[in-house]
Write a protein that binds this ligand. Structure first.
Ligand code: ZN
Length: 493
């Protein structure tokens, strides 16, 4: 699609919410004009980016021995209603299919809000013996939730288009706990490849997944100081196994209940990537996931025969980059002025721009421009390909370092709830908590800010979890004055 009109200027990133919405439209990530609230359309550029991001999570899961499957969208009411706690967590959000044509269905069908109750009746049939375990399957599907809160593109949706949900069956509680830890490691690696630094914490009991023993979550800090949950892993113990009769024959020949885990990632991973790295000029994409990694811009202002040589040089460079190095490269030889081209490709976050004009050609070189730093360097044309590869590696490392510094500078140690309120405007507050439920709820009530949980690195996933007085003292609980350990509090999406 060629646009002749000048793109509207983006609001500065300091006005994050406006910037985010404008950027989605201007860069072609998501079209929000679909006539159903909370449902959005992926146009080609955005879908290309989404697919590149999801190919990383697929690669990591497959490498770890997971296998991809695909379950139906519709879940019969009787299966959906089996697990009491799970139902309580989702009943207000479920869309129901009640008719086939004009005929009322004998049994209502739920549009999956998540797939435990679709998958586990089949696990009952599939799991037979300890030799089948661990079973590690995942799918990437759309799920539906009737959100009553304010919907927000890629962040709070009624159709989650890209829910990567993994469901494992493990032999016992400890094996499942290890699986949950492994899931978090995979997610952290996934986000490192997107240059997104993460915070891992164990959610407080009132914020865990409905039906789980406990939930570990991966969060990131958005530019406006609010925290976005971008991945969760749940230890389901044998809660669902008992409901869905998932048993196996153990090594002694006894039938025992399996233990299970599930863990998910959504298109919030795309939201995090574009929000954390973008700047006033638009997207800044980690090279691995950029739909276009290199754009080559011929600078044509010479005589026709010179222009032709410039174009030839551009094409031969593109062929080298694409064919010999597998770098996704495009030539922009449209009639627009170079400035307008720079603007558009910067908006779309293309990591490297290469300019070749008559002067460059005369010196047998090309001008390389990095999107994240705007650094500009003349490179001999024969070295461009290897330089581009090095440059893309350096970009990922630099983007991750910059984002990590930003995150670390916005985690604040606090002693009082007044401090928590003050600091959470800018980021994450770390504050002692005695771990008593009532104190925790009161801390949330008084501040209006969420407890994310106990940061990982403490004994976050062991059976009992950390206890006060086990080497993690961090002052006094602001409610009761007893000894507490550090927990994270933040404003959340
Ligand atoms: Zn307390």
């Amino acid at each position: 699609m060629k646009k002749n009109v000048q793109q509207p200027q983006l609001p500065p990133k300091a006005e994050f919410s406006e910037w985010y919405h404008e950027l989605l439209a201007a860069a072609g990530i998501l079209d929000v004009r679909y006539p159903v609230k909370g449902l959005y359309v992926w146009p080609p550029f955005g879908f290309g980016l989404r697919n590149k991001i999801y190919s990383i999570i697929r690669e990591l899961l497959n490498r770890d021995g997971h296998e991809e499957v695909l379950f139906p969208l519709l879940i019969p009411e009787n299966e959906f209603m089996k697990e009491a706690e799970h139902i309580k967590g989702f009943e207000d959000e479920v869309y129901w299919v009640t008719h086939g044509g004009t005929t009322p269905l004998e049994m209502k069908l739920a549009l999956r809000p998540t797939s435990e109750t679709a998958i586990y009746p089949m696990y009952k049939l599939w799991v037979r013996s300890h030799a089948d375990l661990p079973m590690k399957l995942y799918q990437v599907v759309n799920t539906f939730r009737y959100e009553t809160k304010h919907t927000r593109p890629l962040i709070r949706l009624r159709e989650i288009t890209s829910f990567k949900e993994a469901h494992t069956v493990n032999t016992d509680w400890n094996d499942a706990a290890k699986q949950v830890d492994r899931a978090i490691e995979i997610y952290q690696e996934f986000y490192r490849r997107l240059a997104v630094p993460t915070i891992v914490s164990k959610r407080p009991d009132w914020d865990k997944f409905p039906g789980a023993d406990y939930t570990l979550a991966v969060d990131c800090l958005m530019p406006d100081g609010r925290v976005l949950q971008i991945g969760t892993a749940h230890h389901l113990a044998d809660n669902f196994a008992k409901t869905f009769e998932i048993t196996y024959e153990d090594i002694n020949g006894e039938q025992v209940y399996a233990h299970q885990t599930c863990y998910g990632i959504s298109e919030r991973s795309v939201a995090a990537t574009i929000s954390i790295h973008g700047d006033d000029r638009g997207l800044v994409l980690p090279p691995e996931v950029a739909p276009v990694q290199v754009v080559i811009i011929p600078v044509l202002f010479g005589e026709p025969d010179v222009n032709e040589k410039v174009l030839d040089s551009c094409m031969s460079l593109r062929d080298t980059l694409v064919n010999a190095h597998g770098i996704r490269s495009r030539i922009d030889d449209s009639d627009e002025r170079p400035g307008a081209k720079y603007y558009r490709w910067e908006l779309q976050g293309v990591p490297i721009r290469i300019e070749i004009g008559p002067r460059d050609l005369a010196q047998n070189s090309a001008m390389l421009v990095r999107r994240d730093t705007s650094e500009k360097r003349a490179i001999p044309i024969g070295e461009v390909a290897s330089e581009v590869a090095d440059c893309m590696d350096a970009m990922l490392a630099d983007m991750y370092r910059a984002a990590s510094q930003e995150l670390n500078s916005r985690i604040f140690d606090c002693e009082t709830l007044d401090e928590v309120k003050e600091k959470s405007v800018h980021g994450v507050a770390r504050v002692p908590w005695c771990l008593d439920r009532n104190c925790g709820l009161e801390m949330e009530d008084i501040t209006g800010i969420h407890i994310l949980g106990i940061p990982a690195g403490s004994q976050q996933s062991t059976s009992a979890g950390p206890r006060p007085g086990q080497g993690q003292e961090h002052g006094r609980c602001p409610i009761c004055g007893r000894e507490g350990i550090a927990v994270l509090m933040a404003r959340t999406y």
